[in-house]
Write a protein that binds this ligand. Sequence first.
Ligand SMILES: [Cu+2]
Length: 228
Amino acid sequence: LLLAVALSLCVAPVAFAHEGSHTYTAELAALNGSGASGTATVTVDGNQATVDIQSSGHVPNAPHAQHIHIGGQNVCPPASADTDGDGLISVAEGEPFYGGIQVSLTTSGDVSADSAMAVDRFPVADASGNVVYSRTFTLPSGVTADDIANGVVVQHGVDANGSGTYDGPASPAGPPVEATLPAVCGKLAEVTMPDTGGVSPMALLTGGGAALIVLGAAVGYLARRRTA
Ligand SMILES: [Cu+2]
């Protein structure tokens, strides 16, 4: 019975253990008529980040560069971002809105801005155009957990001319412009859950209530034993 009391009192400390962890999600919506969509979840604890992305409708069998952009207005670009009027929002036209590349969501190795177009280390969409990504990594130096709270997740790669693959004019970085065009974009927003946002009053009440119930049962049991 004393063990049960001790265990029930442990409810509150368990909540404390998650105090430093923050979870953010983004609904990824299509840009540039890609027809793609998805969701991204980012959990940050100190300088450790775990990123999960599931998206669909992408150019099949093609790599999709993906980043956390931070800066600008920390939002996804509106249609009016297409300042040159070519009908497409280029990486540069989007930058005043979603900011620069701060984290490259690669499948292995470096995750800094240096890997912005490391095409051989980005996820490749399957034959149906699905991209599934999951990785835990150390945030690049200079990027803090607070920065991630302002982050915008962008996946790139659009078959703008409908040829079935990336082709056409080359971008300054080397790959075709199509490989760099933003395909989906989503602003990260914090998920508030009782077990990740510190200790809520309800958690304390629940823990304390459970302890009182167990204590009451213990007292009752001892009283009955004494009577017997
Ligand atoms: Cu990007």
